[in-house]
Design a protein around this ligand. Sequence first.
Ligand code: 3H9
Length: 659
Amino acid sequence: MNPVTGVRRHSETVSSRLDGDVLVVVLDNPPVNAVSHSMREGLLAALTTAGRDDVVAIVVTGAGTAFVGGADIREFDAPITTPTLPEVTAALESSAKPVIAAIDGVALGGGLELALACHRRIATARSSFALPEVKLGIVPGAGGTQRLPRLVGLAAALDLVPTGRTVGADEALRLGLVDELVDTDVVAAAVAVATRSRGLSPRRTGALAVPKLRAEETADLVAAATAKAKGRPAPLSAVLLVRSAADLPLATGLAEERATFLALRASPEAAALRHVFFAERAAARVAGLEGVAARPVATIGVVGLGLMGSGIATAAAIAGYSVVGVEQSAEAASAGEMRIADLIARAARSGRTGGADAATVAARVVTGDDLAALAGADLVIEAVIDDHDAKAALFGRLDGIVRPDAILATNTSYLDPDRLAEAVSNPERVIGLHFFSPAHVMRLVEVVRRAGTAPEILATAIAVARRLGKLPVVTGVCEGFIGNRIFSAYRREAEYLLEDGASPQTIDAAMEAHGFAMGPFAVFDLAGLEIAWARRKRTPRDPAVRHVDVADRLCEAGRFGAKVGRGWWDHVDGRRVASPEVAALIAASRAAKGIVPRPVTADEIVARLTGAMVAEGRALLAEGIAARASDIDLVMINGYGFPAYRGGPMWAAEQGARG
Ligand code: 3H9
């Protein structure tokens, strides 16, 4: 013990001090106090110290701005070491002296499990709670599935554990997950409660019975949670474990939970999801931005209020920015404003406006038909038609209107932002912000870094994307950037497969069975075929490269996709149906080239389509367009429906190569 401070160190990450006759145990493992081996060891040692006669109760708290962000995910690739987290939670729960969790910040995963094993939980309003393990392909492994339902009931636990949903402090209080909220010093409040609990026997969560429900009610809740699990092992196991908490003695339930946790922890799916977790953090580290601060941004201009622009404006308003939307005419502007108001209202209804009501969010948006309204904007994002001349002319006009330091961002999918930048007098402020449709929903934003973009502009664009709740991934300049360039290779290979003998039906079915939300032909139909057709018509074709022209024939026949009811599929009452017309066009294309169709298996389809992605991904890395393979994985998962549980194309290929 340090004689001056009275602080006793139990391990590298755990210390304690006496506050009166209450032992305050501090967990300190920056940045989020993840539970590491040293924290588990230290906590057990602190509990031993608490056995002394001069201690009447124990308060456990986190240093800094978190309680505990979960078990240390970096340890998950290594063998388990003792003491394990279940040993620590068992020791906390069985402590003869009352243990109170003082929570200020996140209590996630193993962190929430620690709190659940304490005898009371006191928290601040900014705290939040979740068992997010299923997002990492595992289930809680230290009692979460057994203690949570004892505290909050089956309905809430079946909502929270299989989804990993985060709840704020108010909801946690309502659910009974925390006992008290304070707006003062949470440790002082916990010490006061602890002092009052002197001599009282602790209320042990594990000793509580799960509140009884009628059998039919339980069956309905289980069925709903099972449907949401979409066949993935972790959420499905979470449903079963939570359900069994109502019937099994604590020790049996904990043993089942632990066995499931250990099995899932070792699964390829969990390894892939851990890769995704760390990939997202790695994407935030952008070379050349070390020590570069983002500028403050308060007002965002959006030019073009079609579907894309309205989505961007909606996301910006929800994030709290002042938004100025500009269209070509007053009618188009008011149509855009109505669309934005509708998107905001829908977001508010489904609880995606951060607690603000729709009217408050909508009041942040003004629209009009005069670019002059953008004079005060800090950042202007153009989302007009994807045509170089139109965008360059707009940038030229904006150059004379916006502040000289305002950032100009293009939402182009395919055009060259370097050429667009030539239209403005100080091109270092031009950047690409490539949103995905619908922009208020899709998480991915490709941040297109031009060689001439100033670092401060790049840092600011990334910070804005993050505040919009997006996942920004930096890409260099090339046709289609990371995502659409890989998607083009994917499209090409899908068309080769067609000609070789597969059909839109077999190809889509194979990719959907592989975990894609939609197969490629369903995606082409949803996006519409005419934009790619127009691009093909203006792009010279290399005669040496194999080309499949079925898509051109489809467009010539007016089969532009789902919105006209006909594309690669027929779309009837929202269902996809195989089209004899398309089958005939494919057959004609084969016949014209003398190709005899052969059976193509689902395995070949998956191997060739994912192989095409990987080959293009490697080219992007070699060209320096993508900074790291994991950035490519994030783009394909968050923008193109690649299943996260397979870790992305580059990760999956690496695992496959390792065998
Ligand atoms: C679990 O608990 C299983 C138990 O049931 C087991 C029982 C036996 N471990 O996201 P940020 C790092 S599973 C290790 O940028 P934010 C992160 O890598 C776990 N490291 O900050 C990053 O490092 P770097 C359940 C972690 O403020 C840095 O912290 N828990 C962990 O935007 C900052 O992270 C979860 O799934 C961790 N658990 O968000 C929670 N957490 O600077 C996962 C973070 O080197 N974490 N790091 O890149 C999160 O959701 C967010 O990180 C959090 C902070 C909300 C905590």
